[in-house]
Design a protein around this ligand. Structure first.
Ligand code: BEZ
Length: 211
């Protein structure tokens, strides 16, 4: 199933390392990150899960629940955790879905047969509190993801969800932002009374709201 930006993401029941869940109920009012990794006991995946565990307080601070998935069974997740703690310094501190029957993997189109018939690709789905898809990424098995980038884009998504701004290339929290073109100069005077810099009529730079 293709899931596009703005779609309500499919709900599902799954077994996880923290017990059975129903996805939407588990998300509650939080933002969510659902990410797949191709296979347990593999090197790149081991580093990725260690990084997500290290960054868990950063996801928590942003009210984001994180959940991983692979097609391995539950007992394999438990055994692998010790290796992740030993080699990465952090054990998984978030649930991992066991999807040996590929129910969730198929529902979210995480298996790309021309890459691999049996393993998931490295998918990331960022879901808003309204259960709608805000961002998706697909990486191949050979490239570990940059989870700092996922936090960075969550900062952008959360900012732009509540302010009439967009974030420029390489933006990070605290940098100046862009007034969206749909806001007229007249309306911008009310929203941004401190003023802004006009580089072009369509390119107006303003300090990040709330900073
Ligand atoms: C890895 O995580 O290192 C990996 C997983 C599946 C295929 C290739 C690499």
């Amino acid at each position: 199933m293709t899931i596009r930006l703005g779609d309500v993401v499919p709900d599902f029941d799954a077994e996880t390392t923290e017990g059975p869940i129903r996805f939407h109920e588990w998300l509650g009012d939080s933002w969510g990150v659902l990410f797949s990794h191709p296979k347990n006991f593999t090197p790149v995946c081991t580093t990725e899960l260690g990084q997500v565990a290290r960054l868990k307080p950063e996801f928590d601070r942003r009210n984001v629940k994180v959940i991983g998935l692979s097609v391995d069974p539950l007992d394999a997740h438990a055994k692998w955790s010790d290796d992740i703690a030993e080699t990465q310094g952090y054990a998984p501190n978030f649930p991992l879905i066991a999807d040996p029957e590929r129910k969730v993997s198929d529902l979210y189109d995480m298996i790309h047969p021309n890459a691999s018939d049996t393993l998931t690709v490295r998918s990331v789905f960022v879901v808003g509190p309204d259960k709608k898809l805000k961002l998706s990424l697909t990486y191949p098995a050979s490239a570990g993801r940059n989870f700092d980038e996922i936090l960075r884009v969550i900062d952008s998504l959360q900012l732009t969800a509540t302010h009439a701004v967009a974030t420029p290339a390489n933006w990070k929290d605290g940098d100046d932002v862009i007034i969206v073109p749909s806001v007229s100069d007249e309306a911008a005077k009310e929203k941004f009374p401190q003023g802004w810099k006009t580089l072009k009529p369509y390119l107006r730079i303003v300090a990040q709201p709330g900073k």
